[in-house]
Design a protein around this ligand. Structure first.
Ligand code: CA
Length: 222
């Protein structure tokens, strides 16, 4: 599990890194908002610890900008602010939790564990390799970059990923994605599949979505 710490106070960062590494988390850090946001957007992290008062870009702005690109990675604010208005502002910016400075490391650790528990992670988010599919707001991201799909492309991707590891036949896809239940030329699937692969940046023989000749398609991570 990788955790990004965006915090300008060196002492706090070192204290967090030491504690988290003892708990077998990998850590990375940034000392200002701009570097932190760049790092968060260009790498995969399982969780982000974000200070509120930061040079460059404050925590709220970092959180808002990050959420536009990544709706799912949990963010915990580390903050000396604790008024109701501050809490609301933080949650509205997309944070998942708050911890007030100064804090006990054990408390922070418990909050991190809650956020990383599988049943806390949004159930309506499904993944295929580095592709993250949010089935609630229909946003798709690959390597944290947004991918803009049409409704049918989205439905096709969602169906394949929900059936990950199993070959989906052309007939099955036509019935379940297009809701067509009579004899139909299934080559329409190829048009959507080509466009979907192109938008996701998957070459034709990419492992994530494979063509099973004469049968259908399979979404697979192995
Ligand atoms: Ca600070």
């Amino acid at each position: 599990m990788k955790i990004l710490i965006i915090e300008d106070e060196k002492g706090i960062t070192e204290f967090l890194q030491q504690g988290l590494e003892e708990e077998a988390y990998e850590t990375s850090s940034a000392r200002d908002g701009i570097t932190g946001l760049e790092k968060a957007l260009n790498n995969h992290f399982d969780l982000i610890l974000l200070d509120w008062m930061l040079p460059g870009l404050n925590g709220i702005d970092v959180c808002r900008a990050y959420r536009k690109q990544n709706p799912s990675t949990p963010i915990i604010f580390l903050t000396a602010k604790d008024t109701l208005a501050d809490t609301i502002a933080g949650l509205q910016s997309g944070a998942n939790d708050f911890i007030k400075k100064p804090f006990h490391f054990e408390e922070l650790l418990e909050r991190i564990k809650v956020q990383l528990r599988p049943d806390t992670i949004e159930k309506e988010t499904i993944t295929l390799g580095d592709i993250i599919i949010n089935c609630t707001n229909h946003q798709v991201h690959r390597m944290t970059k947004p991918v803009h799909l049409t409704q049918k492309e989205f439905d096709l991707l969602e169906y394949l990923v929900r059936n990950k590891g199993r070959v989906c036949t052309r007939k099955e896809l036509i019935e379940n994605v297009w809701n067509i239940h009579f004899d139909y030329n299934t080559s329409v699937i190829d048009v959507f599949m080509n466009s979907l692969r192109k938008k996701l940046g998957l070459p034709k023989h990419e492992d994530l979505i494979r063509t099973v000749r004469g049968i259908g398609f399979i979404a697979t991570e192995s």
